[in-house]
Structure formats: C-alpha cells, structure tokens
Design a protein around this ligand. Structure first.
Ligand SMILES: C[S@@+](CC[C@H](N)C(=O)[O-])C[C@H]1O[C@@H](n2cnc3c(N)ncnc32)[C@H](O)[C@@H]1O
Length: 232
C-alpha cells in the first residue's frame, strides 16, 4: 500500500517518487466526497492520460472538516482495498497535499500498517504551498509556528494565537468569520493573509481583513506572523 502525497493542486508539484509510483501501481484509490469528483484525482489526471485504464477505487466518505474521522467509512475502505492487497497488487492511495498533514489517509494507515507493507511518500503540503503563493516566509530564527484548524472554538484559537510567533489556520470555509473575529480581537487581523486554492490557476492571495467570510471556501488558509513579516 502506498500513500502518495500529490501536492496542493498544481500537477507539477508532485514528487518524482510519487509520480513514478502513481504511474506504476495497477490499483488507484482516493478519498472522495459522497458525490462528485475528488480534488486528488483531478490533480493527477494529466499524469495518467497516456496510460491504459487501471482499477480505480473512489473511497466515498463525508468530507466535512468537522465530521472526521468517519470511522465506518474507513472500515469500508479497508474492505474495498483488502482483496487487491491480498492478491499481491500494489495499491496507490493518492492524497491531496501530504498524507500525514490532516490527511484522511492516516486512518487507512492506522488500520493497515502491520497488516501489509505501507510506504508513505510525502507531498508538498498546504503549509508550504500557501506560504510560497503569498510570498510569506513562515518562520525565522527561533520563531514558533502553530498550525490551527479553523474549527477550534474561539477561546482555544485565541489562546493559541497569543502564545505563538506565527500561525497557519487551515480548514476555513464556514468557520472563516469566527477566525476573522478572533484575529481582530487578538490585534492580528491586519497581519493576516488569506490564500485560496494555492498553486491552482484561480489562486487568490488577499488581506484577510478585506474578505467577506461568506466567500471563503474550504481550500483556503490564513497566514499570520506577529511581527508582520518573519524576516523583519
Ligand atoms: C483536510 S486538510 C488536508 C491538508 C492536506 N493534506 C495538505 O497537506 O495540505 C484540508 C485543508 O488544507 C488546506 N489546503 C489544502 N490545499 C490547499 C490549497 N491548495 N490552498 C489553500 N489551502 C489548502 C485548507 O485549509 C483545507 O481546509
């Protein structure tokens, strides 16, 4: 079983190792929403066009920030993959960004490590992709970086923000308004940058203060540094 990080969105931001394994594995699986297409599958599409069809397994599950982990869905996923693994076929599970950075692959890993051989190929995560898109160095010297899910309650968010030098807030979507209010209260909103769909053609980088929170999608992150810039 391979957990392949396929990067933040730009198909070019995949590692050579992930690309080689992606093209070689006879079975391809990916976490997918209950209906419709999955981001990870669309990222790798250009890398598969010249290959014959293979066994493809969308692992359907509720993809909502606050509904993970969907344990029953992962149990079903194991049942879907087990016959292929049992038959000795290599299975590649493609993961948007990095598999071990808030990636749902970790729930498959927890179930299958020790049962079969599992190899993780790290990917470019949203942490570094959003920083690159915004031209926002994350941390310098002895700075402490804190990664915060936007789903946290306001008290927890505020406590973490005041205790760190730099933060990246992920999982925004419908939580964006609350994150905006907490940053304002902490005196950090004017230092916060919103990055939407980093590395994709429709990427947006805007001051978070200028954004209507109702317009913030799920694939967006906020970068903030208490000095304004890590290099100042
Ligand atoms: C479930 S986490 C998955 C993270 C992914 N495994 C990674 O390594 O970046 C999804 C969150 O990552 C962030 N994210 C992922 N890709 C992004 C992108 N291209 N641009 C901005 N934020 C992104 C968003 O905050 C989103 O809500």
């Amino acid at each position: 079983l391979y957990g392949l990080g396929v990067g933040p969105g730009d198909p070019d931001l995949i590692t050579l190792k992930a690309l080689r394994l992606l093209r070689a594995c006879p079975v391809l699986a990916w976490p997918a929403p209950e209906e419709g297409d999955a981001f990870a599958r669309s990222i790798v599409a250009p890398h598969l066009v010249d290959l014959p069809p293979r066994i493809e397994i969308p692992i359907r599950m509720p993809i909502a920030a606050d509904r993970f982990p969907a344990q029953a869905a992962y149990d079903r996923a194991v049942e879907l993959l087990a016959p292929h693994l049992g038959a000795g076929r290599d299975v590649a599970v493609i993961c948007q960004g990095d598999p071990f950075f808030y990636g749902s692959f970790m729930y498959l890993f927890a179930r299958l490590a020790g049962v079969c051989s599992v190899v993780i190929v790290p990917g470019v995560s949203s942490l570094t992709a959003t920083a690159a898109a915004a031209g926002h160095p994350l941390v310098a010297r002895e700075d402490v970086l804190t990664v915060l899910p936007g789903t946290l309650d306001p008290e927890a968010l505020a406590a973490r923000l005041v205790a760190t030098d730099a933060a990246v807030v992920v999982k925004l979507g419908r939580h964006a308004g609350r994150v905006q209010r907490v940053l304002a209260k902490a005196g950090l909103l004017d230092r916060a940058t919103l990055v939407v769909r980093a590395s994709l053609p429709d990427q947006r980088v805007v001051p978070f203060a200028a954004v209507d929170p109702a317009d913030v999608p799920y694939f967006a992150a906020v970068l903030v540094h208490r000095r304004g810039r890590a290099v100042s």
